[in-house]
Write a protein of this length. Sequence first.
Length: 253
Amino acid sequence: MPHLERHARFKSAFLPDDRDLVVYLPPGYAAEDARRYPVLYMHDGQNLFDPETAYQRGHHWQVGETADRLIDAGRLDPLIIVGINNTGGRRIHEYTPTPDRKLGGGQAGDYGRLIIEELKPFIDRTYRTWPDREHTGIAGSSLGALVSLHLGLTHPSVFSKVAVLSPSVWWDRRVILRTVRDARPKPALRIWLDMGTAEGRRGLTDARALRTALVRMGWREGDDLHYSEHEGATHSEGAWAARVGPMLGYLFG
């Protein structure tokens, strides 16, 4: 079984709600007490490690099991993975960079401060991490993908690896495309971007537009950009679970 440690009710000075954390530690962490590890921060922590807490009960991303298997097989460098639980009704506010008149939102800046100024220092104090940008990544799906790319583009001194699974490019008239175009000079980010073919025509169109925007800014597929479309994959935890292994391998292999 994956080794998980839980931290309940993590508090922030920037956002009103406490949130729980789940920290995955790789095989050998306890035994190799001088070794340090890269860290991947992931949103929607409820869905990552435990089928009982997943949004669709019984269907989680199997992040711990997948990471254990790949590390044991020598296909993935050992890493620490921090699952940040969402706060339910406030998720849409915290995961979006700009406000919408009907849906609200626009607190991604404060959520980013929570991660960068409060959570990351806590993780770096508590665990044996490599704290520099070269060993730090951020990942999510849907709105979690949107906020991951937004924070990667706006804080490249903190993050060097970003996983963008089934991103909600549609938010605020595709504002993330403008964020990409405004990212000058081009940040040194390694980006995983994907979409399922069963997520709707708009989802595919938007994902392709995001890929095009990144390529125009200098990202190169096969180098610092991975783009893939997954046949028959839906907007669901099970579909994202199937992509965890390749995503981890691309960013941390």
